[in-house]
Write a protein that binds this ligand. Structure first.
Ligand SMILES: Cc1cc2nc3c(=O)[nH]c(=O)nc-3n(C[C@H](O)[C@H](O)[C@H](O)COP(=O)(O)O)c2cc1C
Length: 177
């Protein structure tokens, strides 16, 4: 077993990079918040990815949040290389608010990032982006909280994806099953 599977299930995201005809999308599980103020996120991208070259070239990326409805497109983005793959998807790229890298219309949220740091760790490069702007679906995030009915996508292993149970659990015996 690959040891990193012990960290799963993980949320799955889409990373948009490049601009114009060069714009590209890949799937990424290895994404996390690294600072709240300023809001910064990190993503591990392997140098073999076309995305890696575009993030290096333009110093920008968008983290898009897909719902379960985007699973087929997530799979294409995560198994094929370069912008040509977008023709096989239903993804609509739309202008972002503050950076040249586009956002994804169908995504539940888009976080527009400018690279502020990068460092190679083993077989991946860890890119840290400051989130300079973004957009989100009011239905997916009513009152600033995620709506579990929006079917946020998570990855269990290779071809197996899951979404979240709708029931909410709170700490304390009164709320346990
Ligand atoms: C669900 C899923 C998650 C992935 N997570 C990552 C990741 O975090 N980092 C990474 O470098 N590649 C990851 N990949 C692999 C890339 O998405 C894949 O190699 C993709 O084809 C790269 O596209 P590109 O060459 O157009 O950039 C993932 C693939 C899948 C299917």
């Amino acid at each position: 077993m690959k040891s990193y599977r012990l960290m799963y299930p993980m949320r799955t995201y889409l990373i948009v990079s490049g601009r114009g005809e060069e714009a590209n999308v890949m799937a990424a599980d290895w994404v996390t918040v690294v600072s709240a103020r300023p809001f910064m996120v990190g993503v591990a991208i392997a140098p073999q990815r076309h995305t890696w070259k575009l993030v290096k070239k333009y110093g920008e990326f968008v983290v898009s949040v897909p719902g379960l409805e985007m699973l087929d497109d997530v799979w294409v983005a995560g198994t094929k290389h370069g912008p040509e793959k977008l023709k096989e998807t239903s993804i609509t790229l739309v202008p972002s608010k503050s950076i040249e890298t586009p956002s994804i219309k169908e995504a539940l949220a888009n976080l527009e990032c400018r690279v502020v740091d990068e460092r190679d760790y083993g077989d991946h490069t860890w890119f840290v982006g400051e989130v300079v702007d973004g957009s989100y679906s009011e239905t997916a995030f009513p009152n600033g909280r995620p709506n579990l009915e929006a079917n946020f996508l998570a990855h269990a292993s290779w071809v197996d994806f899951v979404t979240f149970e709708k029931r909410i659990y709170r700490p304390g015996k009164a709320n346990s099953r």
